[in-house]
Ligand binder design. Structure first.
Ligand code: KIV
Ligand code: NA
Length: 264
């Protein structure tokens, strides 16, 4: 298998096929994801909760993200590495450019920012300078204090309409991927059909081109278990490597997510 690039992901999207994404924060797990054929490795700021024990992702710093991207890069050889820009690391143009550049130097091949249409200018700024951007919409955990909880987004018709509109604006601004977290399956399907770029979902139903989950969640070792998570270790006949392979295969064959993992 060749190194996965944006071109690979666009080809999968154009063919109506699926790709798999999982989080990893270190070289050991990055190698397992790489070997299982997981197309995209996300170095997520979820590491603030999973590794650091924080209640949310807000305390994660650029120093933390650079360290973990460097670790993941060393364990990987073929997967496409996406890195989260942490809370408040993209609040001005200068910070956005410098921090995205730091993640790319550390080994990221794409950066992810949380927000909506207001990110159009940052997206354009980065894309024009050669940095691919994924915009994370729907439930954006860096805004947890504004939301007041980890709640499904886009359930009322005006909210849904606004999300479709903003997704189109971000594609227009040069976003290469859109990620939707905790939105009704029907809305994720609508957005996926409206866009040309690949859409990755988490708690967003079966119809997005890619699926992502937090690795520790599919191994059943996280203290919380959201509805959209499945424990793949429970049915693995080859331990952790088998669980990761099963997740990747189930996503690509359209077996995951099942209706019980989706919101309506
Ligand atoms: O930080 C993370 O792991 C994420 C995914 C849950 C999408 O942003
Ligand atoms: Na994140």
């Amino acid at each position: 298998r060749q190194h996965v690039t944006l071109a690979t992901l666009n080809k999968i999207n154009a063919k109506g096929e699926k790709f798999a994404c999982l989080t990893a924060y270190d070289a050991l797990y990055a190698r397992l994801l790489n070997d299982a054929g997981v197309e995209v490795i996300l170095v997520g700021d979820s590491l603030g909760m999973v590794l650091q024990g924080h209640d949310n992702t807000l305390p994660v710093t650029m120093t933390d993200m650079i360290y973990h991207v460097e670790c993941v890069k060393r364990g990987n050889s073929r997967s496409f590495i996406m890195a989260d820009m942490p809370f408040m690391s993209y609040s001005s143009e200068t910070e956005t450019l410098e921090n995205a550049a730091a993640l790319m130097r550390a080994g990221a091949e794409m950066v992810k920012l949380e927000g909506g249409a207001w990110l159009a200018s940052s997206t354009r700024l980065l894309a024009e300078r050669g940095i691919p951007v994924c915009v994370h919409m729907g439930l954006t955990p860096q805004s947890i204090n504004l939301f007041g909880g980890y709640l499904v987004q886009g359930r009322n018709p005006e909210q849904a309409e606004k999300m479709v509109e903003e997704a189109l604006q971000l594609q227009e601004a040069g976003a290469s991927i859109l990620l939707l977290e905790c939105v009704p399956a029907s809305l994720a399907r609508r957005i996926t059909e409206a866009l040309n770029i690949p859409v990755i979902g988490i708690g967003a139903g079966p119809d997005t081109t890619g699926q992502v989950l937090v690795l520790q969640d599919i191994l059943g070792i996280s203290p919380i278990k959201p509805k959209f998570v499945k424990n793949f270790l429970a049915e693995s006949d080859n331990g952790i490597a088998g669980a990761i392979k099963r997740y990747a295969d189930d996503v690509k064959q359209g077996h995951f997510p099942a209706p019980e993992h989706c919101f309506d």
